[in-house]
Design a protein. Structure first.
Length: 218
């Protein structure tokens, strides 16, 4: 089970909470979900250089609150908060364009700094992705990532590459471990991310598990 289920989804409600926190009526649910997807896509693309780790969305009747977890908050805020206001204005136009005046949402943006980016599975995977796409030796890239995670205080890390690794004619899977990663323990705080590296030879899938320690279960 621990190898097949998404570690984050497996722990929702026990160790982790939901990334989107709101209630919608049956007729509105589909539209709100789609709106969340568009918001996340826009922010990840617009703030790609800010090291976005996660985006939490909270909704009330009149307010939409977005909490951005980033490794470089200065990039998001900009000089005198200029960039943050521009992002907020773009979101306001996108979200409220089709709403009546009485149903427009007030958008609040909150930026929180991630102080240990080497313990973020998303940032580790993206770093490996960039290195592989630039034809950097994959074993060296993974080895450096393992060292940085453990040096940052990680209890364990697992990295898996799948596909035409290093431009090989036949696809294969390689797994690398350091420390322990208890994927079947619900109290284990495991950060997980998966994504592709689009090389000239083809698609190389990257999966990263980072174990940060145990948390108190409910």
């Amino acid at each position: 089970m621990g190898q097949k289920v998404n570690p984050t989804g497996f722990r929702i409600g026990n160790t982790f909470t939901w990334k989107s926190r709101w209630f919608a009526k049956k007729d509105d649910y589909q539209g709100v979900i789609l709106e969340d997807v568009k918001i996340r896509k826009y922010l990840n693309e617009k703030l790609a250089h800010a090291g976005v780790v996660g985006i939490d969305i909270e909704r009330s009747i009149t307010t939409l609150k977005l909490i951005l977890f980033v490794s470089r908050p200065g990039v998001v805020i900009g000089k005198g908060g200029e960039n943050l206001r521009k992002v907020q204005a773009d979101l306001n136009r996108t979200i409220n364009a089709h709403r009546d005046n009485g149903k427009k949402l007030k958008i609040n943006l909150k930026v929180e700094e991630v102080r240990t980016p080497d313990l973020s599975a998303k940032l580790v995977a993206e770093r490996i992705k960039d290195q592989i796409e630039k034809r950097y030796p994959h074993r060296r890239a993974v080895s450096q990532a393992l060292e940085k995670v453990m040096a940052a205080g990680g209890k364990g890390v697992k990295i898996q590459l799948s596909g035409r690794i290093g431009g090989a004619e036949i696809g294969r899977t390689e797994k690398y471990f350091e420390g322990s990663v208890p994927t079947q323990t619900l109290r284990a705080n495991i950060d997980y991310f998966q994504g592709p590296a689009l090389t000239k030879s083809g698609y190389v899938g990257i999966k990263v598990w980072i174990y940060k320690g145990m948390v108190d279960g409910k």
